[in-house]
Design a binder for this molecule. Structure first.
Ligand SMILES: [Zn+2]
Length: 225
């Protein structure tokens, strides 16, 4: 049986690079793949851009209420008509922005159509709260794999802190509004709490604790070493 895989990581953990590499590995063996991503804003961006400079257009973009199962079936039929080959894998970038229904469709594609689905995305937003698509992926995926990246302090980064200029900000919408110039820095738990003054889940689950004593050993996370 084919599986639904959720490969998650903080910002800058190389998700798009890993996804383009996975697509290449299939194609090198003469197999067909389909690439998709959710539509996040009105720009209709169809490119997957990796930080290493490699980019590639997707085969289809899913608008927020698109029927992902139907869109996939349509594209799969097109590939079959054009090449005579079945699709061997569906790869989805920015999967955190899928709706829960669309994630359910990814599971159906894996289980009912027996096509493996690789979904790449960020687990939580800048307030440490799961994106709806990521939450659903964590619930229903057959396999959950972490792509790791490093915090400024050397530990493994798990959170995505939002910045405007040099300043960290902890309030705002889950998805930054077009035109607002925000950046993100991947931080470990200790560095995130240090910057937020002990705040997690700001605005939705406001839990104030004492700012942490940063008493960890200075060695990198064993998991990351
Ligand atoms: Zn850190």
């Amino acid at each position: 049986m084919a599986k639904l895989y959720f490969r998650y990581g903080a910002m800058n953990s190389g998700k798009s690079t890993a996804m383009l590499q996975a697509a290449y590995n299939y194609e090198e063996r003469g197999q067909q793949v389909l690439l998709a991503k959710p539509q996040v804003d009105t720009k209709g961006d169809r490119e997957i851009v990796s930080r290493l400079g490699v980019s590639r257009p997707v085969d289809f973009v899913l608008s927020p209420d698109a029927d992902a199962y139907q869109e996939f079936s349509k594209e799969r039929a097109r590939v079959k008509a054009e090449t005579g080959l079945e699709v061997s894998c569906l790869l989805v970038d920015e999967a955190q922005f899928l709706s829960e229904t669309q994630v359910d469709d990814l599971l159906r594609i894996a289980v009912l159509d027996e096509v493996p689905v690789l979904a790449y995305g960020i687990r939580t937003d800048f307030q440490t709260v799961a994106f709806p698509g990521s939450r659903r992926l964590l619930e229903v995926s057959h396999a959950i794999e972490e792509l790791k990246t490093i915090c400024r302090c050397g530990r493994k980064a798990v959170f995505n802190a939002r910045k405007v200029g040099d300043r960290f900000i902890f309030d705002g919408d889950q998805v930054a509004i077009d035109g607002v110039d925000v950046t993100y820095e991947s931080l470990c738990g200790a560095c995130y709490l240090e910057e937020s003054g002990g705040l997690l889940g700001s605005g939705r689950r406001r839990v104030l604790v004492e700012p942490p004593e940063v008493a960890y050993s200075s060695a990198p996370d064993a998991d990351f070493a």
